[in-house]
Design a protein around this ligand. Structure first.
Ligand code: BES
Ligand code: MN
Ligand code: ZN
Length: 483
């Protein structure tokens, strides 16, 4: 977990550059003194700086350096404020301003928290494997000047676990597969016990005993043991839990149906669904939500070796249904099938949301803008899409149905693990639906286009995005406080 930004709360101004806001319509400036205000106004005019939202300008005044930040028509909130905070951190990095102070009174409290959150999220970097310090290794601090230091510090501490969860997910996604193999992933989950989560690890021997033939078939070509991790947060009394399920393929070579070399390194993040679920559980526990939530992830490595599963093999899933494995690269659904069965038999969840980097085809359908959403339930679908819109982790609903499901017919087993050449994301979802019992409300999010980003966004640096942590956190929140 590497944030480059620290926050301090001070009841009096400190000796550091000052963040001053400028309203685009009124030209209102929040400066230290009328003299400074006049100076800034003049400088802004000369530079044609009009206070567009998210624009910044550094200035040196008699009363010390200032960073003028445009807030457009003002009073933004939520994600707009977070994105503004993200841009603020980018400015601090570029200028650089390693120390900045801002008067808390210029923001409403919730806006301030969002600005801080956005800046904090933007300050994430993954540097474990550099042996020399990064070029300008900016470690920055933002001091909030306020006469309510305790209140605001408490508010931030209540908000911060959300970002801790996001950082947990990003860390897991960034880690290379020689470091983060299934058992190591499970250990990282166990390290979250200090948040109050209850963590249970099913090792390979346990999985064999239980009968997870589909999951174990995927892992059998790897020297790394497979594992399933159950993360429990029981903040909600006797209620049936909400279940979050993640695909954790720590590396996906494709197995015997091996993938081309080009770009295969990306398959270290084929555990992005499991990372998102783990990060969400971290956030929910840190925030002590009053809900019962089960996180469960299937961890395997998909490798080709002398013991690997062959195309054409038939495996028996935990549900008892048999699968003809036509393509060993369609492995995520095999892992999820057994995890879904185990989850439902043991915990009887009231709703299930699974997240998986399941198909390249979802990138063909939706590009990198939305996750693909598949579901048997309109209400849960809408709730997931709504939560996603609120935190800018959007998804787009895709069709399902019998005609697609029929493509999974096998001549020698209950089903094949792939459909035809088209609609690959949909047939993958239909495969999963065969493991949903009693019409339990279920959403599947195909996040193959979302787990990793090649470009920086205001609060999401390029690389592992932590997609899904905020979405799932918001979903659980909305469940508790329906809008
Ligand atoms: N992990 C991949 C899907 C993927 C592709 C994730 C690109 C992220 C980026 C998945 O296991 C896979 O290999 N799917 C196959 C399915 C096919 C064999 C039916 C695919 O998408 O090609
Ligand atoms: Mn695959
Ligand atoms: Zn995969």
């Amino acid at each position: 977990m590497s944030a480059r930004l620290r926050f301090e709360f001070s009841s009096s101004p400190i000796d550091a550059a000052r963040l001053v806001l400028m309203h685009a319509d009124t030209g209102f400036l929040h400066a230290a003194s009328p003299a400074q205000e006049a100076f800034i106004a003049k400088a802004c005019e000369a530079a044609e700086f009009i206070g567009k939202t998210g624009s910044f300008m550094a200035l040196y005044t008699d009363e010390g350096p200032v960073l003028v930040g445009g807030i457009g028509s003002g009073l933004f909130a939520g994600m707009a404020a977070e994105n503004w905070g993200g841009k603020l951190f980018a400015q601090m990095k570029a200028a650089p301003f390693s120390q900045l102070q801002v008067d808390a009174a210029v923001f409403a409290d919730d806006v301030l928290m969002s600005v801080m959150g956005g800046a904090y999220a933007a300050s994430y970097h993954f540097i474990h494997y550099f042996t020399k310090p990064e070029k300008p290794a900016l470690e920055a601090s933002l001091t909030i000047t306020t006469d309510r230091t305790d209140d605001l510090s408490d508010e931030w501490m209540a908000r911060k676990p959300l970002y801790d969860g996001v950082f947990t997910a990003r860390d897991l996604v960034f880690e290379p597969a020689n470091i983060l193999y299934p058992v190591e992933f499970a250990k990282r989950c166990q390290a979250l016990e200090n948040t109050g989560l209850e963590i249970e690890v099913l090792d390979e021997a346990a999985l064999e005993k239980i009968g997870m033939g589909a999951l174990l078939g995927v892992g059998q070509g790897s020297v790394r043991d497979s594992a399933v991790v159950i993360m429990k947060w029981m903040g909600g009394g006797d209620e049936a839990p909400i279940a979050l399920v993640g695909k954790g393929v720590c590396f996906d070579t494709g197995g015997i149906s091996i993938k081309p070399a080009k770009g295969m390194e990306d398959m270290k993040w084929d555990m992005g669904g499991a990372a998102g679920v783990t990060g969400a559980m971290h956030a929910l526990a840190g925030r002590k939500v009053k809900q019962n939530v089960i996180g469960i992830i299937g961890l395997v490595e998909n490798m080709p070796d002398g013991n690997a599963q062959r195309p054409g093999d038939v495996v028996t899933t935990l549900s008892g249904q048999t699968v003809e494995v036509i393509n060993t690269d369609a492995e995520g659904r095999l892992v999820l099938a057994d995890v879904l069965t185990y989850l439902q038999d043991r915990f009887k969840p009231k709703a299930i949301v699974d997240m998986a980097t399941l198909t390249g085809a979802i990138l063909v359908s939706l590009g990198k803008e939305h996750a693909g959403l598949f579901s048997n339930d309109d209400t849960l679908s809408e709730a997931v899409m709504q939560a996603g819109r609120e935190v800018e982790e959007t998804s787009w609903r895709m069709p399902m149905g019998k005609a697609y499901d029929n493509m999974l017919k096998s001549h020698i087993a209950d089903m094949k693990n792939i459909g035809g050449p088209y609609g690959g994301s949909i047939t993958a979802a239909c495969f999963l639906e065969r493991f949903i019992e009693n019409d339990t409300p279920w959403v599947h999010l195909d996040i193959a286009g979302k787990a990793w980003s090649d470009k920086d966004r205001p609060t999401v640096p390029k690389g592992g995005t932590g997609y899904g942590v905020r979405l799932l956190n918001q979903l659980v929140d909305n469940w508790q406080n329906p809008k």
